[in-house]
Ligand binder design. Structure first.
Ligand SMILES: Nc1nc2c(c(=O)[nH]1)N[C@H]1C(S)=C(S)[C@@H](COP(=O)(O)OP(=O)(O)OC[C@H]3O[C@@H](n4cnc5c(N)ncnc54)[C@H](O)[C@@H]3O)O[C@H]1N2
Ligand code: MOO
Length: 394
């Protein structure tokens, strides 16, 4: 049985052998996909000096010296070029509209007094500072600024910033084609003591967060020939297979035998972790099969610490950052074992404070709805109350 770091290293070595494919995608369809190129700003943002308020634009010195305010001579709306400001006048202006040439201050309409009879406007309160309420050209970013790095998984915020640059398509990495195979007679509709398949929807949801929509299969029997036929079908047009269940030592745990009979070779069988120790990975050409434990909590953990890092690596995507915090408990690991313990967290002035969550173990998935992260604890890295530690966020 391998130690955790060695198992991760073996998987990452395999990821290097996987060929990356790139495609162009409309921006609207690119959310959660991994960007295949650095993307730079094509224009300044804002593109020009613009108003931050609906109100009036004027020359600060003119307003300062005008006892009865300034006459409002025209109106500037967003999307139109303004007329230059004539000396000794003001212009009505809307939020986002270009500042007229000659104006260097804007005040919100509700902070001014406009006299409809005279057509003059003056501050109702203190005059804003020179330059006030003007958003300066390029203050957010200038043309040529790196907006999105290669390897970034696009989220809605990146879509917004790219759309602001009139970028309507991006080069993204083709998602790895993943097959999810749930296994076990208890998942059959005909089973006397039927169990719900929660692993497939859980893993599919995890994968969708970075643009992978898996094909799903169900081998709802304990018959090896049937399982082999499902796995054989799942291998077709797939880059990676993920099975859950059927990898322990029970009579009906035949996933590994089925894979071997189909020509796959074990990369490793079992890892010294808790939970999830039966996790096994097999290799068939450049395709990997991740055989996750059936226990849903262990399955989730193994997906987080083995499958997701592998898929990120093969797709050239940035690995999610670990989070750091202070543990408010101590935890003594077993010799030769890396534990992953679900913790809740609350923010303090010094960052996260992690608290141990009570859990019944490897089958527990409700605890994962309450947890913010898994803390990794090993004899080399024990957890001591009050000490800083690193965690895999959920
Ligand atoms: N004699 C031993 N027994 C077990 C050992 C061991 O070392 N010696 N290891 C235990 C550990 S640790 C784990 S983890 C499990 C792994 O078992 P399997 O991967 O073979 O999983 P199953 O036995 O098929 O199922 C375990 C459990 O999970 C439920 N399950 C399975 N698939 C799903 C699914 N798709 N959705 C939701 N729940 C699922 C299944 O009904 C069982 O309750 O083995 C221990 N035993
Ligand atoms: O390794 Mo198992 O996941 O503890 O029950």
């Amino acid at each position: 049985m391998l130690a955790f770091p060695a198992a991760v290293q073996m998987i990452m070595e395999q990821a290097k052998l996987f060929p990356l494919k790139i495609e162009k995608k409309a921006l609207a369809q690119a959310c959660h996909r991994t960007v295949a190129q650095d993307i730079y700003a094509t224009c300044d943002r804002p593109e020009a000096d613009i108003s931050a308020m609906d109100g009036y634009a004027f020359c600060h010195a003119d307003m300062q010296t005008a006892a009865h305010g300034l006459p409002v001579v025209s109106k500037t709306v967003a999307g139109a070029y303004p007329l230059p400001l004539q000396q000794g006048t003001a212009q009505a202006i809307l939020t986002g509209a270009r500042i007229p040439q000659g104006a260097n201050c804007v005040m919100a309409g509700e902070r001014m007094h406009y006299n409809p009879e005279t057509g003059y406007v003056m501050p109702a309160q203190a005059l804003a500072k020179k330059g006030g309420n003007i958003r300066r050209v390029g203050e957010e970013f200038t043309r040529g600024t790196l907006l999105v790095r290669k390897g970034q998984i696009l989220e809605w915020s990146h879509i917004a910033v790219l759309a602001s640059q009139n970028i309507d398509s991006v080069k993204v990495v083709c998602p790895v084609r993943v097959a999810l195979v749930a296994n076990g007679g208890e998942l059959s509709m005909q089973a006397q003591d039927k169990r719900a398949d929660s692993n497939t929807p859980m893993l599919a949801a995890m994968l969708k967060t970075f643009g992978v929509t898996p094909k799903t299969y169900l081998a709802a029997s304990d018959d090896q020939a049937h399982l082999m036929s499902v796995l054989e079908e799942a291998w077709q047009d797939t880059d990676c297979i993920v099975t859950t269940g059927g990898i322990s030592v029970g009579d009906t745990d035949n996933v590994l035998d089925a894979f071997k009979a189909l020509g796959a070779e074990p990369l490793f069988r079992g890892v010294k972790i808790r939970p999830g120790k039966p996790i096994s990975v097999l290799k068939h050409g450049n395709k990997l099969a991740f055989c996750l434990p059936g226990n849903p909590g262990a399955s989730a953990l193994c997906a987080k610490i083995f499958l997701m890092p592998y898929l990120h690596a093969v797709m050239g995507a940035d690995q999610p950052d670990l989070i750091s915090g202070i543990a408010d408990f101590s935890f003594e690991p077993l010799a030769d074992t890396t534990h992953f313990i679900p913790v809740s967290g609350h923010k303090t002035s010094e960052g996260w404070c992690f608290t141990l969550l009570p859990t019944v173990g490897a089958s527990d998935i409700r605890v994962l709805t309450q947890a913010v992260a898994f803390l990794e604890v090993s004899p080399q890295h024990p957890i001591r109350k009050g000490q800083i530690c690193w965690a895999t966020p959920l």
